[in-house]
Write a protein that binds this ligand. Sequence first.
Ligand code: IMP
Length: 409
Amino acid sequence: MNIAVIGAQWGDEGKGKIVDYLAADARLIVRFSGGANAGHTIVLGGEQYALHLVPSGILYPDKIVILGSGMVIDPEALFSELASLEAKGIDWKGRVLISDRAHLVLPRYRKIDKDMESSRRKPIGTTGRGIGVAYAMKASRDGIRIADLDDPTRLENLEAEDVAFVNAWRERLMPMAVDLVPYLRARKNAYVLFEGAQGALLDIDTGSYPFVSSGMSCAAGVAAQGGIGPRAINRVLGVFKAYSTRVGNGPFPTEFNPNSQSALDKFIRETGREYGVTTGRPRRCGYLDLVALRYACTANSIDHLVLTHLDVYDELDEFEACIAYRVRGKIVEDFPASVRDLSEAEPVLRKFRGWKKAIGACRTFEDLPLEAKAYVAYIEEYTETPIGIISVGSDRNATMVRESPWIRS
Ligand code: IMP
């Protein structure tokens, strides 16, 4: 059985925690796209693990994790992440595989990324990890894949500095290589989790282009880059927070207004610990954008939503969510392609009553206060998508499952 877990907003929705939680029942965890731009945080037994390239199932001692074909891999970042996992007692050897179709991020890509950013009149706010350059090299057919490492003809066009880099990492990378399609075909009865990076609104095609990342963070990425075909995906889960955040630049219709909502902005950022795992940048915060969420649900065939960070709203008397945009006086109910429209969109907000109690200890939906249930019900109705899992804290156990995604329907 194959389950895809993607972000349904602008990344940082809590996918790492949810993948880690669901991985208990999986045999394999395949991260299908992105690179060291991602940051997945997992809290286990009071210890915090920050993952960038390694799939979130790594903390279980018996799971195989695979870096999929759509990933762009910086070997330095990968092996330094593996070394820090090892320092925390995680034995990864023999359990981390890399698709032989995954691409490498070469050191000069980071410099090109930064140079391109500084020459843009409207910078994207990239993480500076060379990600966009690696995907551009891939699209221009000049990229280097894991499968190319021992093929001298594929390295002929590289500069000496790149060849030296490839030579330095070859022996460590090659034993981890796997041909993903036959590997998964041979295990077609296994429970496999496909882990997305970033989120649907940062996807190169479905996102708020050009303020997006360069990989496929949409559900379709599983089919193109996860080693299985589209009809083999049994279920798509879309993770979203009770509110919205965005790191980097680009339109964000529900962003809190620094003049009138600065106290709320600070409260959400501090309570939700909304700082980038990769760059440490403070995340931009705002109310939940249901227009964007419904778009993400439809564009990605999301079967179940997963609501995280609901406990961040515990102390609020009331809060709001965006149910439409007003663009130059006109009501818009669908997420626009135009950056101009999205930048000028004013949110039409609906008020919700807060619950004013700590919900971190709730373990079933029935335990939640009425006001929290009403918020959940409204989101389900608006998006026409059930919320199958709710997370009320960073620990693995602070999770309530209303409907297990592993049960076949
Ligand atoms: P890049 O992926 O470094 O090229 O950055 C492009 C945009 O995607 C920037 O706005 C980044 O802040 C954003 N971004 C990339 N990865 C993540 C992520 O994992 N979470 C949130 N935003 C991200």
